[in-house]
Design a protein around this ligand. Structure first.
Ligand SMILES: Cc1cc2nc3c(=O)[nH]c(=O)nc-3n(C[C@H](O)[C@H](O)[C@H](O)COP(=O)(O)OP(=O)(O)OC[C@H]3O[C@@H](n4cnc5c(N)ncnc54)[C@H](O)[C@@H]3O)c2cc1C
Length: 554
């Protein structure tokens, strides 16, 4: 998925280690260890088996469990190791999709912005976007104004501030840009920590009884009377488990067709795989606002403040035909993104500025669009349910932004097959750590800092952004840095690593450094190696945890 620019290493997305069951009780991974499950019932039948621990699989599992269904979720790698950690990290309506008349999607997505912000005000926060334009540019000002008017009004916006116009000659947002850009619009969307959104959905699902297995691949599924018989393989040991379920949900993201083909025994083609890549460069500007740049080819890119010291620039759109686990940025994409951003910034983006890159594959529903960038971003849920046979429901497409609504639509379908159990409930239910009012982040952070006054300011802010009120659980009675255990580099300590192992299915250094946190941007190779050794010990794996892969540069 990602590359540290200088070292040119790719992170092995499939660095499987252990079944959670092998970890014993120290790994509070929700559900119960496999050995205990067997003791209760040798082969329990779950209501629902979910394939895929991305945002859609975890969101569906959580919603279903909250309504009273029994659920088993299998993820073949780490949670969010697929597309769900490779996004631009926006909870957005998608201004650009208005051009493709995707009004249903844009409206639903716009409405979700404030719902999700309210559910997770630690990992989601409002962001203002500056859209510079000039006479003779890609789109006329009246068209941009019309788009932003719709954007402001069709999506039930209540708390996010509306669009305004900027005079870039006096506004600080104009400072890093070329003098050509004297005017801009400024509008609202939200920022999300995508990989953590997945982990928190999984955590909440597990707290509601979902059995979550990571490094657990669904290798075979067949119908047997009114049930599915499913084989799950530990991707490290090769050990297998048989699970039965009344209904199968295929939320395998870019692998969705692969799963359908395996079950049907024939080739299928429902999704179009479209690669998108990002570059992370040394900070290009100090302003907290992000930029929305229009490119000469009609596409757009974002330049977003990232992890305090960096700027995130992306994304691209190109058809992809390889193995989704092996996507990496191409030189062409690096060139495209650097050039596009350099059209706007006074100081061009050079190859030397790049500290990290990552790529993801969009599993877009194939609507036959001629260009990758025009393929629909909306989702489609398709049932395969022959009379009397156990149903399969496939998820095609979707955005991080719409995962909660997608899950609700999935539950409507599930209810049709299994009977209704409980009402929809996720709209007003906070995710773990997010149980405070959406506008109270600063007040909650102050409370946290008062309790843990030994933490330096940036560290406290980082922990509260990632864990919200659960940061108190992570730190417990700690009263000094010594109480946090071993120091792994920058502000990463043993207490946090153990919390992630015990509560969030982290098994490798890569899981901690690149998905649960982004400390990979700052740790040295030697520090990464030490963390990998520690984790191998802590999770009880004699073979060394990923050691070289996630080494980051300073
Ligand atoms: C470049 C880019 C930028 C994006 N930006 C945004 C954005 O800013 N905002 C937004 O809302 N959306 C964005 N998206 C879209 C969003 O990221 C995806 O729609 C979403 O993450 C898809 O989630 P998913 O759960 O369907 O798939 P995934 O996250 O890929 O999850 C599927 C999971 O299934 C697992 N799996 C597959 N086969 C098996 C098997 N046999 N057994 C067990 N597990 C299996 C995989 O390992 C994987 O983890 C972006 C996407 C890309 C690529």
């Amino acid at each position: 998925m990602g590359q540290v620019r200088q070292e040119r290493e790719s992170f092995p997305g499939k660095a499987g280690l252990l079944f959670p069951s092998d970890l014993g009780r120290n790994n509070a991974l929700g559900g119960f260890p496999l050995s205990e499950a067997r003791a209760v019932d040798d082969n329990p039948t779950y209501d629902i088996f979910v394939i895929g621990g991305g945002i859609n699989g975890c969101g569906i599992a959580r919603d279903a469990a909250g309504r009273g269904y029994s659920v088993y979720l299998a993820e073949m790698n780490d949670l969010a190791s697929g597309t769900s950690s490779g996004s631009t990290k926006l909870i957005h309506g998608g201004l650009r999709y208005l051009e493709h008349y995707e009004f249903r999607l844009v409206r639903e997505a716009l409405m979700e912005r404030e719902v999700l912000w309210g559910n997770a005000p630690h990992i989601i926060h409002p962001m203002r976007f500056v859209l510079p334009y000039h006479k003779g540019g890609v789109r006329p000002a009246w068209l941009l104004r019309l788009g932003l008017f719709l954007y402001d009004h069709i999506g039930g916006r209540r708390r996010l501030p509306p669009t305004r116009t900027l005079d870039m000659r006096s506004d600080p947002a104009g400072k890093p840009l070329k003098p050509l850009f004297t005017k801009a619009f400024e509008y609202s969307d939200c920022w999300v920590n995508d990989a953590r959104l997945v982990a928190l959905n999984a955590r909440d699902a597990a707290d509601r009884g979902v059995v979550i297995r990571t490094r657990a691949k669904m290798t075979e599924a067949h119908r047997d009377g009114g049930k599915w018989q499913i084989t799950v393989e530990d991707t490290v040991s090769g050990q297998t488990e048989q699970v039965s379920a009344r209904l199968l949900v295929n939320a395998a993201g870019p692998w969705v067709d692969h799963v359908v083909a395996g079950i049907a025994g024939k080739d299928v083609h429902n999704v179009r795989l479209v690669q998108g890549s990002h570059i992370v460069v040394r900070k290009k500007f100090d302003d907290p606002r992000a930029y929305f740049f229009q490119n000469n080819d009609g596409r757009i890119i974002f330049a977003i403040p990232y992890e305090d010291d960096f700027t995130l620039i992306g994304t691209t759109d190109q058809d992809y035909h390889g193995d989704p686990a092996k996507t990496t940025i191409t030189e062409k994409e690096i060139d495209y993104l650097s050039r596009a951003a350099s059209e706007y910034f006074r100081e061009p983006v050079s190859q030397e500025d790049i500290v990290w890159t990552y790529s993801g594959v969009r599993p877009l529903f194939d609507d036959g669009a001629s260009k990758a960038q025009e393929a629909t971003r909306d989702y489609v849920l398709k049932e395969d349910a022959p009379e009397g046979a156990a149903p399969l429901i496939n998820v095609f497409g979707g955005k991080i932004t719409t995962y909660r609504r997608l899950s609700e639509h999935m539950l409507e379908k599930i209810e049709g097959f299994l009977g209704a159990k409980g009402p929809s409930w996720t709209r007003s239910a906070p995710l773990p750590g997010g149980n405070f009012p959406m506008t109270a982040f600063d007040a909650e952070l102050r409370r946290f800092r008062e309790r843990y006054s030994f933490l330096d300011e940036a560290h406290a802010r980082r922990l509260f952004r990632l864990y919200g009120t659960r940061a108190d659980v992570l730190l417990g009675a700690a009263a000094s840095y010594q109480d946090l255990g071993r120091h792994f580099g920058v502000d990463l300590y043993e207490a946090e690593v153990r919390y992630l192992i015990e509560n969030e299915w982290a098994l490798t250094a890569e899981d901690v450094l690149w998905r649960r946190t982004k400390r990979g941007l700052r740790l040295t190779s030697m520090e990464v190696a030490a963390l990998a050794d520690f984790m191998a010990q802590a999770v009880g794996n004699p073979a060394k945890s990923i050691k070289t892969a996630a080494a980051a540069s300073r």
